[in-house]
Write a protein that binds this ligand. Structure first.
Ligand SMILES: [Zn+2]
Length: 287
């Protein structure tokens, strides 16, 4: 996803936005890719991704896989699942954060490897099935994959007593989805949210964008929803990055986690992305 040349006066803003959204090209991401050992994050949630996030949620009746990264990550995710002692063929359901290549390019290969049911929301379901990035960004596509179940805002997936609820966060992509669940650790329940996406990529056309004409309205709605939510105990980002400097010490989270934000981190994150979108609107001349 190469950015066009930009005026110097906008460069700092764009760089900040790029850092915030962790927009990296595949080549850059590979070059900067420190190996991340697969690990349990909390309860039955495991990190099996690389530079792009991928989570395994295990249950007694098979597993749920969240995001498949880019195609280059496919073998690594399979190896990571096996290294944790699980069988990749036990993955029954595949869900995703949002339909951009760095999170769903591996879907078709993973569906072949697992036979899992692919679940996606609205516009992202259309993108997965067509292999075309229909977000405002319109980046590279991927091998089309059959979507077995198309869901709407608020619907849930359940497997082996584990339920995840979809919250539509369209804006970054048309069907970006925040998935939330609850895990129990030593008798205490913790709410966990898997990042969907919040605001459009830096540099996209916000006005008359032919792929996503309602991108501004959908993003405003997304930010209203996210900022009104009760902050989850644990927020899992979909890109590996240095974790925030502070993490609630009472959270029973693996210190190896590279994607973990606590509830204060969620509030700070949402405040920053909201400000980032307001900046984008001003630069686009929208009030
Ligand atoms: Zn994205």
């Amino acid at each position: 996803m190469t950015e066009r040349p930009v005026r110097t006066t906008r460069l700092a803003t764009l760089l900040a936005a790029l850092t915030l959204l962790s927009i990296t090209s595949g080549a850059d991401a590979t070059a900067q890719d420190p190996p991340i050992e697969p690990h349990r994050i909390i309860g039955t949630i495991y990190y099996v991704g690389a530079q792009f996030g991928s989570y395994l949620i295990t249950t007694s009746e098979g597993h749920i896989l969240h995001d498949t990264g880019d195609l280059a990550m496919h073998e690594r995710i399979v190896d990571n699942i096996e290294a944790l002692g699980f069988d990749v063929r036990d993955v029954r359901i595949m869900i995703s954060s949002h339909a951009h290549w760095d999170h769903v390019e591996g879907h078709a290969a993973m569906k072949r490897a697992t036979g899992a049911q692919v679940v996606a929301l609205g516009g992202d379901a259309e993108a997965l099935a067509s292999g075309v990035d229909n977000s405002a960004l319109g980046a590279r596509g991927w091998e089309p994959v059959v979507v077995d179940r198309v869901i709407q805002d608020g619907e849930t997936v359940t497997l082996g007593g584990v339920t995840l609820q979809a919250t539509w966060t369209g804006g970054h992509t048309q069907g970006a989805t925040l998935w939330t669940t609850s895990v129990e650790v030593e008798g205490a329940d913790y709410t966990v949210a898997f990042r969907g996406g919040e605001i459009p990529n830096a540099g996209v056309a916000l006005v008359d964008n032919p792929r996503h004409p309602s991108v501004v309205e959908d993003t405003r709605r997304t930010l209203r929803v996210l900022n009104a939510m009760e902050p989850p105990d644990l927020f899992l980002h979909n890109h590996a990055r240095p974790a925030p400097a502070t993490l609630d010490p009472t959270l029973p989270v693996n210190p190896a986690c590279v994607t973990c934000y606590d509830s204060a981190g969620w509030v700070d994150y949402m405040t920053r992305v909201t400000a980032g979108f307001e900046r984008m609107l001003r630069e686009a001349g929208i009030g």
